[in-house]
Design a protein around this ligand. Structure first.
Ligand code: ZN
Length: 361
């Protein structure tokens, strides 16, 4: 084994244990993976590893420089080209490869939809049974994705957090392991390929990446990937990783700014993928934003929906969640964080086919 677990809070080291998700009974004590020595090449991945793939990653990048003349460049990385139509497949591939190695035959997961669909597909291919807990209001197509891949769907009423609580309770009652993409650190290791691909294609050209953030797995994974490339002497500067959240679902933005914030449980958003109020890796996300010298911003529902429509006019059908990142780009331009010297990349995190039924025509 080439790695160990390290607690993201107390920084204590542990022997890797696939089923151990936290160092103590605090919501904020997840593990991160730390490698014993810098490998001389990338990807840096946990060994042993027999990667189970369905063709995730290697997503295309499209330039939209002309649409935003105030920026140096603007590019979309089309993450919906992955097998289940979202970026989650990068993490799932690695997480369930490790699950197989750990002998998992059946597991529990909770998700706003994309991760559940992704986990169901990879689980089915590996002959595992999965129970996916989703909020009742999850778009029908995401739920149907879970079903067609044979995942057992549990609809949970109320905000996203209720699905997490219900999944944990189900695990306690049944003894079925909780293979959570938010808690288990191997998921994030799979996300690093996002950074590797950007480096492969653009070397140091990209200066800013604007990411819609719920639990933050893509932002953390991107930071780790770039940080490793820097450690290998391949990259001098890590792109600024900017975090975009919805106004009413903004725990990370609020904490970075030291605002006193409490979630209003009557709040609603169509950006379901980032409707997260209590991300277990909140401090790790903030460390990554700060270490990359990125900014954090919040955007309104109205602006998000208008951007969803606007990029459709460019031929890009994104899930609504991701349009928040474009509203974020606009705000960061107004704040002069982004400008002529910025070469900006936005991951289009999921396919618009997943939640097209929520769009009003
Ligand atoms: Zn700890």
């Amino acid at each position: 084994m080439n790695h160990e677990y390290i607690c993201i809070e107390c920084k204590k080291e542990f022997e890797p244990d696939f089923f151990k998700l936290k160092c103590e009974e605090s919501e904020y004590s997840c593990f991160d993976i730390r490698y014993f020595k810098n490998n001389s090449h990338f990807p840096v991945l946990p060994s042993p590893l027999n990667i189970e793939t369905l063709g995730e990653g290697n997503t295309p990048v499209v330039r939209f420089k002309d649409k935003f003349p105030v920026l140096g460049d603007l590019m979309f990385k089309l993450e919906y080209f992955s097998p289940t139509g979202s970026f989650k497949d990068r993490g799932t591939s690695l997480l369930l490869s490790k699950a197989k190695e750990a002998g998992v035959k059946e597991f529990v997961e909770d998700s706003s939809g994309n991760a559940g669909a992704s986990m169901s597909a990879y689980a089915k291919n590996l002959g595992m049974k999965c129970h996916i807990f989703v909020p009742e209001q999850t778009p029908l197509n995401k739920k149907n994705q879970v079903k067609i891949f044979g995942g057992e769907l549990h609809n949970i009423s109320g905000p996203r957090q209720n699905s997490t609580d219900a999944a944990k309770e189900f695990c306690r009652k049944t003894g079925i392991p909780y293979v959570s993409h938010n808690y288990n650190p191997y998921f994030i290791e799979g996300m690093k390929s996002f950074a590797y691909e950007i480096y492969d294609e653009f070397k140091e050209k990209i200066t800013d990446i604007v990411i819609p953030v719920g639990n933050g797995s893509l932002l953390i994974g991107a930071y780790k990937g770039f940080h490793e490339l820097k450690g290998l002497g391949l990259l001098r500067k890590i792109p600024k990783l900017h975090c975009i959240q919805m106004e009413d679902f903004s725990p990370i933005y609020q904490k970075i700014n030291n605002f006193d914030w409490k979630f209003n449980s009557s709040s609603k958003t169509l950006a379901g993928g980032i409707a997260v109020t209590d991300p277990p890796r909140i401090n790790q996300v903030i460390e990554c934003i700060n270490a990359s010298r990125g900014e954090s911003e919040i955007v309104s529902e109205e602006k998000t929906l208008s951007w969803h429509r606007k990029i459709a006019n460019w031929g890009i059908l994104s899930e609504i969640t991701c349009a928040a990142a474009l509203a974020g780009v606009e705000k960061l331009i107004n704040r002069k964080v982004l400008g002529k010297n910025s070469n900006v990349l936005v991951p289009i995190t999921g396919s618009g086919l997943k939640d097209l039924s929520n769009v009003k025509f």
